[in-house]
Design a protein around this ligand. Structure first.
Ligand code: VAH
Length: 320
């Protein structure tokens, strides 16, 4: 039985659907600190509960009452929004992780905590960044994610907690993210369909690693089900493909020839992107537990258009 924290965010609802399909609805508990939006038809009140991850005993209560054996801890403040509220980022990204690991230790749980390319920094080699390299990030998000990686590893070797973490690139999904540096790669699709154009806050030549949602969910499911004997480390890089704003605009034009892009650079987010890897080496994940993503840039563009068109049509049908 799985508990997903931050489950109403960008990644949680996707994983909920996958686990519901695999194990049945009674095996997944979604949690967050906000009310379920009225259009979230995939979230039932039976499998949703309010949970403040800063409250360790509330996490423990959920784990005991629902007989949880795995926590997927998605609650976090992302990179751009973290810079605007450092104290809250420290609370959510560090205290939250400490609480989850403590509960995991006491109740012998498996724990997945995502890490990120943001856990690297300007002194890290930026191309084909390997699993083991310099990690001196310059954002509070990155610092907190390095802390989560090291703390999880510590709980693993000291207390035997089955901690696992993947360093995700930007995730492209048909759900809106909140406060990240890679968010443009989702917004660009909404803007393409609604306005035929997008104003990008990153320079046209800013290359970042990305991955489509379905591959991201597959990586979590596959990595969590890998046998411990297959794992050579607790934290692995995973990636799909890298592109620049100019390149994704080119891929969108293959489907929508009149699509326009212009640029209004946001200095904060540009500086963050410039401190991150341009591409990741995920050969460790491929070799050790069989990671093998399916979506490239063109497939991602096609599926995003299909999903968002359906969403827009549904909203119109509902009169919204
Ligand atoms: C962010 N999407 O932009 C996140 C991510 C790859 C970076 O962790 O902050």
């Amino acid at each position: 039985k799985v508990l997903i924290t931050g489950s109403l965010g960008q990644l949680g609802r996707g994983l909920n659907s996958v686990y519901k399909y695999m194990y049945g609805a009674e095996c997944v508990t979604m949690s967050d600190i906000v009310k379920v939006p009225s259009d979230a038809h995939d979230v039932s009140s039976a499998n949703y509960q309010f949970l403040d991850i800063l409250n360790q005993s509330a996490i423990e209560e959920a784990v005991v009452n629902r007989n949880i054996d795995t926590i997927v801890h998605f609650s976090a403040l992302l990179s751009a929004v973290g810079e605007q509220n450092v104290p809250l980022a420290l609370q959510v990204n560090c205290r939250g992780v400490e609480n989850v690991l403590q509960v995991a230790m006491r109740h012998k749980l498996k724990v997945f905590i995502p890490s990120t390319i943001g856990a690297f920094g300007p002194t890290t080699p930026r191309d084909d960044t390997p699993d083991l390299t310099i990690q001196v990030p310059t954002t509070i998000y990155g610092v907190s994610k390095v802390y989560a990686e090291r703390l999880g590893e510590y709980y693993n070797h000291r207390f035997g907690v089955d901690f696992r973490s993947l360093r995700f690139p930007g995730i492209i999904s048909a759900t809106k993210p909140g406060g990240g540096t890679t968010d443009y790669a989702i917004q660009i699709f909404y803007d393409a369909l609604e306005k035929g154009s997008h104003t990008c806050y990153l320079r046209p030549d800013t290359s970042l690693p990305m991955m489509y949602d379905t591959d991201c969910m597959a990586s979590v499911v596959q990595f969590l089900s890998a046998d411990n004997s297959q794992l050579k480390r607790r934290v692995y890089n995973v990636t799909g493909f890298s592109f620049t704003p100019e390149q994704i605009a080119g891929a969108i034009r293959k489907v929508m020839p009149n699509f326009q892009i212009d640029y209004k650079i946001c200095e904060t987010r540009q500086a963050i992107a410039d401190s991150w890897p341009r591409s990741l080496d995920d050969s460790g994940a491929r070799n050790d537990w069989g990671w093998n993503p399916e979506y490239g840039l063109d497939e991602t563009v096609q599926v995003m258009f299909a999903l968002l068109q359906r969403e827009i049509a549904q909203k119109k049908g509902e009169g919204g």
